[in-house]
Write a protein that binds this ligand. Structure first.
Ligand SMILES: NC(=O)c1ccc[n+]([C@@H]2O[C@H](COP(=O)([O-])OP(=O)(O)OC[C@H]3O[C@@H](n4cnc5c(N)ncnc54)[C@H](OP(=O)(O)O)[C@@H]3O)[C@@H](O)[C@H]2O)c1
Length: 201
């Protein structure tokens, strides 16, 4: 079924994910801290089915994708009633970028567990965070196989829906289990970060 996806963010990862969603026939609302009119060039480049909104408007969509900096997570809390909403967390917990790429100290917690604190009641699925955006945006059908996307989360129905959506783009999805366990494997500095796998059929 074709759906509307709201993306919080309008940068590299937002555009990479939006490209796949639009190709699959979904609608996409991208958003940022800017006035939506200032995203016109990005919307035009994405093409038919894309529009710009405020983060609050994007957060009303059937499924919401988080593609924003880690430092901005606290802005999510009041955007909508997150209860039962499917949210895909594509963020990484970087607090500095090149050349040192430091991550936030989260103690024993997985980064997506911290994200979940900001969107109470949401059915969170971590995904799309492991690949460099240029790899993510490329055709996932490569070398007679399908590029792998890792997901993790605590809500089976949400994971099933996210998995089916991502597979419809041509990726192969590997479910790593719960948010607490899986997110630690796929998050920044985890063992699966930046691993570009092709699953051979
Ligand atoms: N780049 C990669 O290859 C890559 C790969 C995997 C995961 N990630 C993760 O994906 C996330 C986005 O990375 P990116 O590379 O796409 O960054 P980016 O190109 O800098 O884009 C970030 C976007 O978020 C918007 N934004 C910032 N604060 C916001 C807020 N409070 N509400 C709504 N939108 C906001 C920015 O627009 P304004 O500043 O105009 O608001 C911008 O459009 C990060 O968590 C990153 O760690 C990145």
């Amino acid at each position: 079924m074709k759906k509307t996806f709201g993306i919080i963010g309008a940068g590299n990862i937002a555009k990479a994910i939006a490209g796949h969603l639009l190709k699959a026939g979904h609608k996409v609302i991208i958003s940022s801290r800017k006035d939506p009119a200032q995203l016109k060039e990005t919307v035009d480049a994405l093409g038919a089915g894309a529009s710009a909104g405020t983060p609050a408007e994007a957060a009303q969509a059937n499924i919401v994708v988080l593609a924003m900096p880690w430092s901005q997570l606290s802005t999510l809390t009041g955007l909508t009633d997150w209860t039962n909403r499917i949210v895909i967390d594509a963020t990484n917990h970087f607090v500095t970028f090149a050349p040192d790429f430091q991550v936030a100290d989260l103690g024993d917690r997985a980064s997506s567990e911290v994200v979940a604190d900001h969107i109470p009641g949401a059915h969170l699925v971590k995904g799309f965070n492991t690949l460099y955006f240029k790899v993510l945006e490329a055709d996932p059908r490569e070398a007679n196989g399908n590029r792998v996307i890792f997901i993790s989360g605590d809500y089976p129905d949400a994971k099933a829906e996210v998995k089916a959506t991502i597979e419809s783009f041509g990726f192969s999805v590997v479910d790593l289990g719960t948010l607490a366990a899986g997110s630690k494997l796929q998050q920044a500095k985890g063992p699966l970060a930046a691993i570009n796998l092709i699953k051979k059929s």
